[in-house]
Write a protein that binds this ligand. Structure first.
Ligand code: APR
Length: 249
């Protein structure tokens, strides 16, 4: 994209966000790439090395906990060390400026909360807690050592992170909160997602059907790019930084 076009679209996006009564963000793995967390798909994606059918299906942790915990341990340690980037920070600032009602994130990395966002729906669960697969006891991840895997409950059962695995239902409360946010917003900012995983991918369609303006930020086209009103071809952190400096000026 030519620089002039980028600047023009960024200014337009900033104007729309600043003048709206209610914006909502839908985020995916791409927003955390500049925080050094690998995406799932594409080059260097996690699913390039780990087949999701084998490692991320609801049956996977029970079938072969040792194997699945190699991937989970790697991911959790990356998330533990990762820091929010300018895109996460910008969304947190927008919330404080009363320009953002909430974030629907598909990410389990916790970076929106680390950045200071309060209204975050973790559509695919989060990394802050784990549960025993035998007795259901829940633990705070930060209290557990991830040096020895798989981590175990006091009862001897293997723990699993409270992510939503493939084949597992999205918690009802997350669906409800997301539908409320998506159907009431005037603007939806879609950042760094392929838009191919449902039901999270239905949220922009819901927002659009109730009249919201859709703004997308992604270096590549996604499943949403043909229905959005503004597509900004760019990385999350640099694009959000530019949008914020336009909102402030
Ligand atoms: N800034 C913004 N977007 C980026 C960046 C970046 N720096 N780098 C990559 N992207 C975009 C890619 O172009 C792609 O559209 O981020 C997206 C990453 O795609 P995925 O890894 O498939 O992530 P996502 O769409 O969020 O995955 C959805 O699939 O595997 C499941 O549960 C997992 O939540 C995940 C869901």
């Amino acid at each position: 994209m030519a620089n002039d076009d980028f600047e023009k679209l960024v200014r337009e996006a900033a104007r729309i966000i600043a003048s709206s009564q209610s914006s909502v963000a839908l985020t995916g793995a791409g927003i955390s790439v500049e925080s050094d967390i690998p995406p799932f798909r594409g080059k260097h994606g996690l699913w390039e090395r780990y087949d999701p059918e084998e490692y991320a299906h609801i049956t996977s942790p029970r079938k072969d906990p040792g194997k699945v915990w190699q991937m989970l341990g790697e991911l959790l340690l990356i998330c533990r060390d990762a820091q929010p980037n300018e895109a996460h920070n910008s969304l947190a600032r927008l919330e404080k400026m009363n320009l953002l009602d909430g974030i629907i994130t598909q990410n389990i990395d916790g970076l929106h909360q680390k950045a200071g966002s309060n209204e975050v729906v973790e559509f695919h669960g989060g990394n802050s807690t784990m549960s025993c697969m035998e007795c259901g006891t829940q633990y705070h991840t930060k209290e557990l050592s991830l040096e020895i895997i798989p981590p175990r409950c006091e009862c001897g059962g293997v723990l699993r992170p409270d992510f939503v695995f493939f084949g597992e239902a999205i918690p009802h409360s997350c669906i409800e909160r997301s539908i409320k946010l998506a159907s009431n917003c005037e603007v939806m900012i879609i950042i760094g997602t392929t838009g191919i995983v449902v039901p999270s991918a239905q949220m922009p369609y819901l927002a659009k059907s109730t009249g919201a303006v859709l703004i997308e930020i992604n270096p590549e086209k996604s499943a949403f790019s043909d229905i959005v009103d503004i597509f900004i071809q760019g990385k999350a952190a640099e694009t959000m930084k530019s949008i914020m400096s336009n909102i402030k000026s």
